[in-house]
Write a protein of this length. Structure first.
Length: 196
């Protein structure tokens, strides 16, 4: 889209120069029309990206938001159920966080001090699936991680929307705080099951 806008703006500039040299108002009007058209293309691209971003956030929050009524008696049962699920996730190739230990832990601690979030430990099956998806994630200039839009680390930072497969091709890695690979893989699998 940006290439189209660039071509339209350059054409408008060329026509404006032509209008000034030849003193013909027709070229000036055509230049104005091309400039307006370039602006409309930019607005259309912005709206398309924004709606795609909302779809990604909606899909991620729909998967995460499961209404659960909790009581004090259920807390012990939930802890037992979660600890029983953790080995199953490891066996099934699910995505999760690795504990901070050893040299990698020191690297992550220094990374947290510099403001970079840690990298999500993604199961190979999830990594392969996410690498094929065109879902939109966001990146922050000068930082190596990609995130889902509701990541708490993003706070007030300026974000750049990008497709997850593009982000991976450019060398970005998933954020451990918002676990985008786990959320995108889960959302994709849920969507595939509902369609099938």
């Amino acid at each position: 889209m940006l290439y189209i806008v660039l071509i339209l703006v350059l054409a408008a500039l060329g026509l404006l120069v032509t209008a000034l040299i030849t003193a013909t108002s027709l070229w000036a009007w055509v230049s104005i029309v091309l400039s307006v058209l370039a602006g409309l293309v930019l607005v259309a691209d912005f709206v398309r990206r924004r709606s795609a971003r909302r779809r990604v956030v909606h899909a991620a929050t729909r998967v995460d938001a499961e209404p659960v009524e909790e009581s004090e008696d259920d807390d012990a049962e939930e802890v037992a159920a979660e600890s029983a699920e953790e080995p199953e996730r490891a066996e099934s190739g699910g995505t999760g966080l690795l504990p901070v230990t050893g040299e990698a832990g020191e690297d992550q601690a220094s990374s947290a001090e510099s403001g970079d979030p840690a990298e999500e430990a993604t199961a190979p099956a999830d990594a392969e699936l996410v690498a094929k998806l065109g879902a939109e994630v966001v990146v922050v200039d000068e930082y190596p991680r990609y995130h889902v839009l509701d990541c708490p680390w993003l706070a007030d930072r300026d974000t750049i929307p990008i497709a997850v497969n593009e982000a991976r091709d450019l060398g970005f890695t998933p954020c451990a705080r918002c676990t985008p690979d786990a959320k995108l893989a889960t959302a994709h699998r849920a969507t595939s099951k509902s369609r099938g």
